[in-house]
Design a protein around this ligand. Structure first.
Ligand SMILES: [Zn+2]
Length: 109
């Protein structure tokens, strides 16, 4: 996988990632509040979009993907949502709409 330089068992799982971001940023996230945290997430997504469309290079793009993910985790932390559980509930081993793996939905929107 591109961007993966760690052995499989050392790669961060969702729970560890959420705990890490919580420990690093929860107090800052609370001070900032949801509205501005959402705004920062949009800004990071725009930076990722820019990095991809302007072909800034894989290293830069990987960095931006990590940023976007970290900001989404911050939103989940502010709402006290367990991301691992949420993902498992919504995508329980299959597409949340058609129930197939891989997805067999006719549209790709
Ligand atoms: Zn589907």
């Amino acid at each position: 996988m591109v961007g993966s330089s760690l052995p499989e068992d050392e790669a961060m799982d969702i729970e560890k990632a959420q705990d890490l971001i919580r420990r690093i940023y929860l107090e800052r996230d609370k001070e900032r509040g949801m509205e501005r945290t959402l705004l920062r997430t949009f800004q990071e997504l725009a930076e990722l979009s820019d990095a991809i469309s302007k072909e800034r290079g894989m290293e830069y793009i990987i960095d931006e993907v990590a940023d976007v993910f970290a900001w989404v985790i911050s939103i989940a932390n502010l709402l006290e949502i367990d991301l691992g559980e949420a993902l498992l509930n919504k995508y329980n081993n299959a597409c949340s709409r058609c129930g197939k793996t891989p997805c067999k939905c006719l549209d790709t929107r």
